[in-house]
Design a protein around this ligand. Sequence first.
Ligand SMILES: [Zn+2]
Length: 429
Amino acid sequence: MEIHPTLPPLTDAQKRYAFSHCFKHEALVRKKNSDEYICLECGHSFKASPSAGPLILSTVGDKVICPHCGMELDVKLSPRRSASKKICETFQLITTTWEFQIVRNFYVFQTTMPGTGADYWIGEVSQIYQMPGRSTIVVARPRVGLCSCYSDIYRYDMPMSIKYNTDFYEFGATVVYPRQKVLPIITRNGYCKELKSYFPVETFRRLIGNPKYETLAKAKRFDIWFNLESYKISLYWEQIKMLIRHDYRPDDVTMWYDTLDITKQLNLDIKSPKYVLPGDLKGMHDMLYKRLQKKRRAQEAARKREEMAKKKEYERLYKKHNAKLLTIVIVSGDITIKPLQNYKEFVAEGEAMHHCVENYWKRKESLILSARSGNTRIATIELDRSDFHVKQCRGVCNEVPKRYQEICNILESHKNDFVKATKSRRKAV
Ligand SMILES: [Zn+2]
């Protein structure tokens, strides 16, 4: 598809505009309060003092006009700079051909070095074609590498071709050329000077394909148009239409959206002018937000109560399920072994032994015991409830306890105590 060759090259006026508007134009001074300037545009040095003669036009604040090239320059203090500096900016041209709306993207380069004149260069990198009812077409030069951080990665010596991944080519340029040609449908749908500095491809897409944006543009509601939460336009379109009808202009659109979000969360009437068009937006926002916080606190308290009730119920089931097993206490020499009695004991055992026994609290197929010597915890044991053999016996930080074998032997010799307790519990049931 050969579209781009029909587009004309940049005119000299367009290039001049890009070079003068895309960059800062500077004069360097080597010392503070010095009246000796180096013009980075033409390379000349000059004095901006009355003694320098009638060529000096003026110095205004931090600006000075170079008597050699006539350029108004920003004064910059730079005691040592001698190297050349290259800056890249972007420039866009808005035009049309046939039925297409076109955005032409250029990279513009400025190279400056004290003592020599500035050098400028501009190169076209991509063209974006839009047409009502058609998807966007991008043609661009090949890029060297895939990184988008570097500006001069295009191959300017190679022709443009159609690109299928188009996202990268849509951007807002440093400068958009003010003389623009747009399709009649775009003008008819509300394109105006306020939209000229916005991302042009996105602007045209909105005006061609989304009647909501057409309404916003025609109603001059750029407060809504430019707000970054654009997805809320569809979400609150009914409310936005109310804004337009009543010419209500919130100082802060984000806060207005927030207020609607909260109104919704509080199950209040989202179509009521009381919330959509409040006399005092901040007052309404803050009042509703307090109500929302109160509601959230109440929900949180209810959740905690429910959690607590569930815990209590499980505690009851744990006791019922283990009934007589919990009364078993095995004493052998200085070692005492007994089952953990409740959730609190699981937490305490886990904290003291630095392991995750707490996760075993709801494990119905196991019985968890703590072995102590005097007041010192020496091991945590998991017994398999099917026959009460030792599944795990862990010391501090899940390590093998020093008296591992001794503890296993004690439990093995008392296995029947557990089996009997289970049977007697079954009988009792
Ligand atoms: Zn100059």
